[in-house]
Structure formats: structure tokens, C-alpha cells
Design a protein around this ligand. Structure first.
Ligand SMILES: O=C(O)c1ccccc1NCC(=O)[C@H](O)[C@H](O)COP(=O)(O)O
Length: 383
């Protein structure tokens, strides 16, 4: 049958919804030339398809076939948009593909479900896996709580607090980088960090220990944490959702989001009174972000989220020379993120120019996380 997969030769992918009732559809090929070219460039041999509505004998379409047609059209549109996002992202040097270029690995023929793995539907690293998973998770959440519902819920959210103001006040008070203390149970690179995980107790202990702000890992699948704040944002809907849950800041990862998304999402953050912490890891990402108007807070992640390699000199490297100059001119606050364990580490990134640090593992693992902060800074920063 047209569109079915012969993995050893040329993999061909069907949308699951198309395959469920093949008898009602005639399959035609249809794909934008640009997307097709991108796939050829990626070396992925596939035949994208779209379904056409079948007609009954008297020439009229059945209601269910019309609905399936609409569903199919929507899926096709979503797929096309996903492909375009991948193309735009690639043109900006983003290696993470927002969606699997050849569609999901699961396929259906009649009652049968089968999995076909190929380069285009296998994530190349953990960040890509997270983002693909997040895309599906968010589209399901959006169905349960549409944006219109979230907009109404905004009225009941607690007023947003000044995230940057809190960082600056702590930095001036202590003369040290302000601490964004991270509440997380586990991470993809380090596994479970703390078995007896009570997020509220940890947050209180951080507050007592002198943390200026808290970073709450909210991705359940990969961080096991039930609370909301630091997320893998792939859709503006998540920003509204974060605000309705009381978030004051959200994370936008430049390795995942093209410039246009960062621009758009930053504006939404402003509209909702949220601070956007825009995270970069390399020079290219830093240059992209410095080219975007209105960025106030940049995080330099010392951890490469594709390989998990941690290198604190990354912060120094990205703040040297012209980049550091632009950051100072624009009054951008820089946060040093990941891999900070000792007072020497803190001094090193402070020397490089950060005004704040985001720390998880080294403090969340301590019996008393608040006291862990004193160990991290080499002094009590709560007073
Ligand atoms: O930490 C990971 O393994 C990880 C993997 C994939 C995406 C994100 C990941 N971490 C998010 C973070 O940025 C860190 O949790 C944060 O910077 C704190 O780092 P650390 O002090 O080293 O726990």
C-alpha cells in the first residue's frame, strides 16, 4: 500500500491518524518544496503524504470522513509548521530539531501498531529527546486548558515579583553573586540527587540560607519535580501557564528556540510581568541573543545540554572582549549556571562578570540545603 514503510530501503512515514482507517482515504503526496529540500539535505529519504476525503456512492462525504479530513488537515499543517521551524532553527545554527523530521516512530495499520526507527525520528541527544517529548506533552495540556482559559486564570494569579530587582538587591547587599537556588530532585546528567525530596522544605531552607530567588524544575518526566517554574519552553502557552501558577520568571533556551520565538516570548513575558532568563551556551547563541532587543537577563550555562560536559571557563569565555562590552552597555545582568560547587568556583565566575549564579546539585544534595549555601559561598550570605 502506498505510504507504508520499507525501512531497509526508503523509509516512508504516515501520520498515525491517516493509517488508522486506510480504506476511507486515498493517499496523495503533498509537501512544500522547502521542507522536501530540507529533508533531502538531512539525508532522510521519505515520502510525506496527505489524505483526501473519500466520498460515498452518492457523492456526499460522511460526517466522520469530514471530521477526519479536518483532523488530517490540522495534522498536516502542524507537521508542515514543525518542519519549517526545524528549517528556520537550522539556519540560525540551532542543532536541536524541534520535531522529528520524519514524524513519530509509531505507526498504525488497522488495529496494528508498529514502530519504525530511523535517523529522522530518533533523537540525537537528551535535549532533543526532551524537546520532542515536551512538544507532545504541551499539545495535550493545551487541549485540556486552552489559552482562553489560562487568560481568565491570570486574574487569580498572585502579583509577579521583581526577579531582577531581587538579584540586584542581593548582589549589592552581599558583594557576591546573587543566588538562584534550584529545587530539583533529579537531572538527566546526574540521576536522582535527593531521595528524601520535600520541595517546600528545601525551598524554605534555601530562603533561610540567603538565596535571592528560587529555580523550580517542573519537568516531571526528566526532573521528577511536581512544582512549576523552570521549564523547557517550546510554546508560548507554557508562559501563560507558568504565570497562572505564580511564576515570576521563565527560562528561554537559545539552543532550542529560534530568534523569532525568543523575541515573541520575551514580549509575552513583559506583558505578563514575567522576567525572561534567556540561556546560552556558546558564542553563536550569545551573539544571537545580544542581537535581540529588550533582553535583560542572560544565563550562561556551563553545561552543554547535548553532551552534559561541564566547563566553568565557558562563562569567562562568553563574557570576554566585545561581548562583555555589549553586555555592560546594555546593562544586561548575567547569571552563571551549572557546575558551581565551591567558593573558588563562585569567585571565578564573579571575576568573569556575573552578578548572579544558578546552582542546583551542590546545594540540593546537602542534608541542610540552607547550610549548603554557606559552604558554597564560604560565608553566611543570609545576613
Ligand atoms: O542538568 C542536566 O542534566 C540537564 C540536562 C538537560 C537539560 C537541562 C539540564 N539541566 C538544567 C540546568 O540548567 C541545571 O539544572 C542548572 O543549571 C543547575 O546546574 P547544577 O548546579 O550543575 O545542578
Amino acid at each position: 500500500m502506498e505510504g507504508l514503510v520499507s525501512p531497509k530501503t526508503t523509509p516512508r512515514i504516515l501520520f498515525p491518524t491517516l493509517n488508522r482507517r486506510p480504506s476511507k482515504f486515498s493517499i496523495v503526496r503533498s509537501v512544500p518544496a522547502s521542507a522536501m529540500d530540507a529533508h533531502r539535505r538531512n539525508g532522510v529519504g521519505f515520502t510525506p503524504i496527505r489524505a483526501q476525503k473519500a466520498e460515498t456512492k452518492d457523492g456526499s462525504a460522511t460526517i466522520s470522513s469530514v471530521m477526519e479530513d479536518a483532523e488530517t488537515a490540522l495534522k498536516a499543517k502542524e507537521w508542515e509548521v514543525g518542519m519549517l521551524i526545524n528549517e528556520v532553527a537550522a539556519s540560525q545554527g540551532i542543532k536541536i530539531r524541534r520535531r522529528p523530521p520524519t514524524g513519530p516512530p509509531l505507526h498504525y495499520v488497522g488495529p496494528f501498531q508498529f514502530r519504525i526507527q530511523n535517523e529522522g525520528n530518533t533523537p540525537r541527544n537528551i535535549l532533543e529527546e526532551i524537546v520532542w517529548h515536551k512538544d507532545v506533552e504541551v499539545s495535550q495540556l493545551k487541549q485540556r486548558r486552552p489559552l482562553s482559559m489560562l487568560k481568565k486564570a491570570l486574574d487569580n494569579a498572585p502579583p509577579s515579583r521583581d526577579f531582577i530587582g531581587a538579584l540586584m538587591a542581593a548582589n549589592q547587599r552581599t558583594g557576591l553573586p546573587a543566588l538562584i537556588a534550584e529545587v530539583k530532585k533529579a537531572s538527566p546528567s546526574r540521576g536522582i540527587l535527593r531521595e528524601d525530596f520535600d520541595p517546600v522544605e528545601i525551598a524554605r531552607s534555601y530562603e533561610k540560607g540567603g538565596a535571592a530567588c528560587l529555580s523550580i524544575l517542573t519537568d516531571e518526566k526528566y526532573f521528577k519535580c511536581p512544582l512549576l517554574c523552570k521549564e523547557f519552553i517550546v510554546d508560548a502557552w507554557q508562559i501563560y501557564y507558568a504565570r497562572t501558577k505564580g511564576a515570576d520568571a521563565v527560562l528561554l533556551i537559545a539552543a532550542v528556540l529560534p530568534d523569532l520565538d525568543i523575541r515573541y516570548m520575551t514580549k509575552i513575558c513583559k506583558l505578563l510581568g514575567l522576567t525572561a532568563l534567556v540561556e546560552v551556551h556558546d558564542e553563536r547563541e550569545m551573539d544571537r541573543v545580544l542581537g535581540i532587543e529588550g533582553i535583560e537577563l542572560i544565563g550562561i550555562n556551563n553545561r552543554n545540554l547535548e553532551t552534559f560536559e561541564v566547563d566553568n571557563s565557558n562563562t569567562k569565555k562568553l563574557l570576554e572582549g566585545e561581548r562583555g562590552e555589549i553586555i555592560r552597555q546594555k546593562n544586561i545582568i548575567v547569571v552563571g549556571e551549572s557546575g558551581l560547587f565551591t567558593p573558588d568556583d563562585i569567585a571565578y565566575v564573579q571575576e568573569a562578570g556575573v552578578k548572579a549564579v544558578l546552582v542546583g546539585e551542590s546545594i540540593v544534595k546537602q542534608d541542610d540545603p540552607g547550610k549548603g549555601i554557606t559552604g558554597l559561598f564560604g560565608k553566611d550570605i543570609s545576613v
